[in-house]
Design a protein. Structure first.
Length: 299
């Protein structure tokens, strides 16, 4: 299903991008010291790359945010913005590590719309789950030459809490973000460095957003979640040590207003797992694909 939807959205995006103009206006702002509530209703799925991992259905997705003068809460991310300038912004924040979402169906990352962080005085947190693309042709044979181990047979992976800081640079053609995160809960004691480029457009009444980025994840982080050792099994042939690696991703979403509160929503995203994980017996596919089509409502 998601493959068909992904191809449709790619063709649609190619058509729109040929006549699109950069948009610096018409942004959705959240008033200071106010709550923002939204919900998305539709059909979609987020794939799970783990052996025997259940794909996450995307049907009802809430969007919850609150912004004060400096502090904010955005779909599970709690932060404080220290600098807010036309060209630069800087905040510190706390958030749950999203890596454990593949091991726990009820993880907030599988329920809430993804937090966008703070970008000056505007919020990007429109109700908008991520979507994605078709599987890589090489994925089907990925497990042919290695043993696989079901996540139902291994020790549980705990939720971790990350603390970090994020910088923004705003240009006339988009926004750059650089974030550094550290596990402050001592679950895996790992680090993550995230670099992202974001661009928005407005074509007629269609709002479009592109996100392109890469995440560096430390060996401690990847080994805790995807490594296999005596905590999981006594069979040494399954043992695997996770190494640091880069995870790249692409996300596109399209929103078309229906009226003041309702809008059509289409999103897709594709994430490539680090090459250092392809030999893990817990990994069945080397990518994560999200797709969602539906409607969004702002209260």
């Amino acid at each position: 299903m998601y493959t068909v939807l992904f191809r449709f959205l790619i063709l649609f995006s190619m058509f729109v991008s040929s006549t699109i103009l950069a948009c610096s206006e018409d942004e959705t702002c959240i008033e200071k010291s106010s709550w923002h509530f939204g919900i998305a209703l539709g059909i979609g799925v987020k794939t799970n790359p783990l052996v025997d991992g259940d794909d996450i259905p995307l049907v009802i997705l809430p969007d919850i945010a609150w912004y004060a003068e400096k502090a904010y809460f955005d779909n599970g991310e709690l932060g404080y913005q220290w600098i807010s300038q036309p060209k630069f912004a800087f905040e510190t924040f706390l958030t749950l590590d999203r890596e454990s979402a593949f091991f726990s169906f009820l993880h907030p990352a599988n329920i809430l719309a993804p937090s966008q962080g703070v970008s000056g005085s505007t919020s990007d947190s429109s109700v908008s789950p991520e979507f994605s693309g078709p599987s890589d042709p090489t994925d089907e044979g990925m497990q042919n030459n290695q043993r696989s181990l079901s996540i139902d047979e291994i020790a549980s992976r705990k939720w971790a809490v990350n603390g970090g800081f994020r910088g923004h640079y705003f240009s006339t053609v988009g926004e750059w973000q650089l974030a550094l995160l550290q596990d402050i809960s001592n679950v895996h004691k790992g680090q993550l460095v995230a670099l992202q480029y974001r661009r928005k457009w407005l074509w007629r009444d269609l709002k479009m957003r592109l996100r392109l980025g890469t995440d560096w994840k430390s060996a401690a982080l990847l080994d805790y979640y995807y490594g296999v050792s005596k905590r999981d099994t006594t069979l040494t042939e399954y043992y695997f040590n996770g190494k640091s690696g880069w995870q790249t991703y692409l996300s596109i979403d399209v929103q078309k207003p229906i009226n003041e509160n309702w809008s059509w929503l289409a999103k897709m995203s594709y994430r490539r797992l680090p090459n250092s994980l392809t030999d893990s017996p817990l990994i069945e596919e080397n990518n994560i694909r999200n797709v969602f089509l539906g409607v969004a409502y702002r209260f």
